[in-house]
Design a protein. Structure first.
Length: 242
């Protein structure tokens, strides 16, 4: 990933420069376009020291365009770890939303196809796909409840209001042993999803989990959880095709 530069100072002030061909202005002064070609330590026009380096995938990812709420990184982490997504994985995802999950997965998997029914969301994902240079991400305007065209899929991720309606499509598309992951914010959704899985004979290994991330503040001997509410995002249910 060569696009973009990151400026960071010792206090953790951080700027993502998307267009490194121009001067860049901050509240700490500006950096000239010739500074963008440097690596390591540079100084702003007011003399404040910063480090400059090439933006990595995560620097660009944190700044993607978003319309719907994107799935938080803590939950992306569990999806990858539980299903073992890797460079040979073929994945189907729905709904695309802003492409938060599908873009992250495309950066590590072989191929990701994401479905959405809304044109406005598809345009946002197209934009994010381009800015992250993800050539292995396919975007489809299609209702996931109506069927999945791809076959022999390793992992299907669902972030849709009625995930149980996608079980028939998912069962046909997944390879044996493949994972279906459903992300839902409310308990009735996971109750209905798990119940619908249980009455079938083609899924097993049901596991539902919620990840709670607590950030800590560490300042000399003042070491404690940051004073912030522990927000709820969603529950993740994992099942395997048998
Ligand atoms: N996981 C996404 C956010 C998804 S938001 C991210 O990380 O960015 C939920 C999306 O599901 C919405 O964009 C909505 O249009 C889409 N959606 C709802 N029902 C759907 C269906 N039946 N098939 C495909 N997409 C659907």
């Amino acid at each position: 990933m060569s696009k973009g530069k990151v400026l960071v100072d010792r206090e953790g002030n951080k700027f993502l420069i998307k267009d490194a061909s121009k001067d860049y202005h901050t509240k700490f002064g500006f950096f000239g376009k010739e500074d963008m070609k440097k690596a390591g330590k540079i100084k702003s026009s007011t003399g404040k020291a910063f480090s400059i380096f090439d933006a990595s995938f995560i620097d660009l990812y944190r700044r993607i365009k978003r319309n719907a709420q994107i799935i938080p990184l803590k939950d992306v982490g569990l999806i990858i770890a539980e299903t073992g997504i890797n460079k040979s994985s073929k994945i189907v995802d729905a709904g695309a939303g802003s492409g938060g999950l599908s873009c992250f997965l495309a950066a590590i998997a072989k191929e990701v196809t994401t479905y959405d029914i809304r044109e406005d969301f598809i345009e946002i994902v197209e934009f994010n796909k381009k800015s992250l240079e993800l050539k292995n991400l396919k975007i489809k305007k299609k209702d996931i409840y109506e069927g999945i065209d791809e076959k022999n899929i390793d992992v299907i991720t669902l972030d849709v209001p009625e995930p149980w309606k996608a079980l028939d499509s998912a069962a046909k598309a997944l390879k044996a042993g493949g994972f279906l992951v459903s992300y839902s914010p409310t308990i009735p959704q996971i109750m209905d999803f798990v119940e619908a899985v249980r009455i079938r004979d083609d899924f097993s290994c049901i596991k539902t989990s919620e990840i709670i991330e607590r950030i800590w503040e560490i300042e000399a001997r003042k070491v404690r959880p940051k004073s912030q509410p522990i927000g709820h995002s969603g529950f993740l249910t994992f099942v395997r095709k048998i």
